[in-house]
Ligand binder design. Structure first.
Ligand code: G6P
Length: 466
């Protein structure tokens, strides 16, 4: 089988080490090993009709990385518009932030159709396509319209919300109907899967049997595939990374003080405001913790051209500055706040240095930072993960200290508990989490999805005898 993996953002190979978390960083090592062709956006746009849409095709392991310049006239409406101002807020249950014009939807469909045409270049009789994430909900349907009969799978890295929330996205019905062109639709959690099936049953009136739904495209299988990491690689990376200059400097600056770490894209789904408020509350309620525990918050700028992101950046900067002003001392800064990305190697070392990892999104598909924080710990003296119960990762990492990110007082108390947790309890919780990480690696996730996609072909009509 020839596998073609498609995502909007791709991570480039060795020369460009991937930055903070996300889909592209997670996929790179497995796609590289699999020999697949990985197709995505080059990050640049081009005007007019394109004879050759591929800007770059380079080797990636035994396969290739192919990057397209997307059409200039539609890129904004597709990326900042429909994908990130209509779908992203809806998928994260922020109906109040949904902004969508009909032009944006048109551009989204145009880019999906453009991508479909470009993909034909890689189509062979034994090709299977695996489409990633909400940027390309309609790509399968576009491929079918072009006559593609090969298996096409889709995996959503974000949550899928309640049907009432999806109902707030213009053209939702058309889009979900288009998704049924996929032979296999994968979600991160059972809740996401149930929400999707609930929509199909209630809004589209479709019958679902054993997670299989039949539409005009044929059968679609709907299943759960929780994404993982490579815990062993991360553990090795973190042990080595402690000697990296950034990590040693951080250690030296701590003077015995304990460190909590948060690493997120600067996104409203990540619960950053509530997290900072929880630290503020903790230092207010327990002044003894001032000077003894500080927070390193890395908030990597993201989608800055979108108003909601710009607003969040200003609000967060002001809040951090207020909290530092309130609790700081001449020789102590409570929150070290950084608006930049770090390589995975450095992150692994930073995670290992921090006694507490705080991952408190309001909604998150999986959240791989939570898994990476756990894998990066020193087994002899592991740190404590404080994890939102609304991150997909909470289903597996249930021995983390689970919190409700809307409950600021509760989070403040839990962070204080994490800081003073005795070694025996830390080890017990950490070992249970490591077991889960080893049982559900990224390699396993990749193989499970590809196998399941192939299995969907078993119930297709056999070819007519010639
Ligand atoms: C999330 C999405 C990915 C996306 C990433 C970074 O993880 O699920 O599809 O690539 O955020 O966002 P960006 O808009 O910078 O690609």
């Amino acid at each position: 089988m020839n596998l073609v993996v498609v995502s909007n953002r791709v991570a480039r190979g060795k020369t460009h080490e991937p930055m903070t978390g996300g889909l592209a960083a997670a996929l790179l090592p497995v796609v590289e090993k699999s020999g697949a062709i990985w197709v995505g956006s080059s990050g640049r746009v081009r005007d007019g009709a394109q004879k050759e849409p591929f800007a770059e095709i380079e080797a990636l392991g035994a396969g290739a990385l192919a990057m397209l310049d997307l059409p200039a006239a539609h890129y904004g409406g597709y990326y900042e518009g429909f994908a990130n101002s209509a779908l992203w807020p809806a998928l994260h249950s922020r109906s109040d932030l949904i902004r969508a014009s009909h032009e944006d939807y048109f551009s989204y469909r145009e880019v999906n159709s453009f991508m479909a045409k470009a993909l034909l270049r890689f189509q062979k009789p034994d090709t299977a396509f695996w489409i990633q994430d909400y940027h390309f909900l309609a790509l399968g349907a576009e491929l079918r319209d072009l006559g593609v009969t090969q298996p096409i799978g889709f995996f959503l890295h974000t949550p899928w919300p309640d049907r009432a929330v999806i109902g707030g996205v213009p053209h939702h019905r058309e889009l979900v109907e288009a998704m049924l062109a996929y032979d296999l639709i994968g979600f991160q959690t059972q809740d996401d899967c149930d929400n999707f099936l609930g929509y199909l049953a209630a809004d589209l009136g479709l019958a679902i049997e054993n997670h299989v739904v039949t539409s005009r495209y044929g059968k679609s299988h709907v299943q759960v595939f929780p994404i993982g990491i490579d815990p062993q690689k991360f553990a090795e990376q973190s042990a080595k990374a402690v000697s990296h200059p950034d990590v040693s400097r951080l250690r030296r600056s701590l003077h015995g003080e304990k460190l909590a770490i948060g690493v997120d894209r600067l996104d409203y789904s990540k619960g950053l405001i509530n997290r900072i408020k929880a630290f503020d509350r903790m230092w207010t309620l327990q002044p003894a913790l001032a000077r003894t525990v500080s927070l390193l918050q890395i908030a990597t700028p993201s989608r800055g051209a979108i108003e909601a992101y710009g607003n969040l950046q200003s609000e967060l900067a002001k809040l951090v500055s207020d909290v530092n002003g309130q609790h700081g001392e001449v020789d102590w800064t409570p929150i070290r706040y950084l608006n930049k990305g770090f390589s995975q190697t450095v992150l692994a070392g930073l995670y290992r240095t921090a006694q507490v990892g705080v991952v408190t999104p309001l909604h998150d598909g999986m959240n791989l930072v939570a898994k990476e924080y756990v894998a990066a710990q020193n087994p002899a003296d592991p740190g404590v993960l404080v994890l939102s119960k609304f991150a997909g990762a909470a289903n597996e990492l249930d021995t983390a200290l689970l919190v409700n990110p809307n409950d600021i007082d509760g989070m403040a108390r839990t962070i204080a508990t994490a800081v003073s947790m005795p070694l025996t309890e830390r080890r017990m919780r950490w070992e249970a989490m490591m077991e889960k990480l080893r049982a559900g690696t990224i390699q396993q996730w990749f193989a499970d999805f590809v196998d399941a996609l192939q299995e969907t072909q078993a119930d297709k009509a056999p070819p007519e005898p010639v």
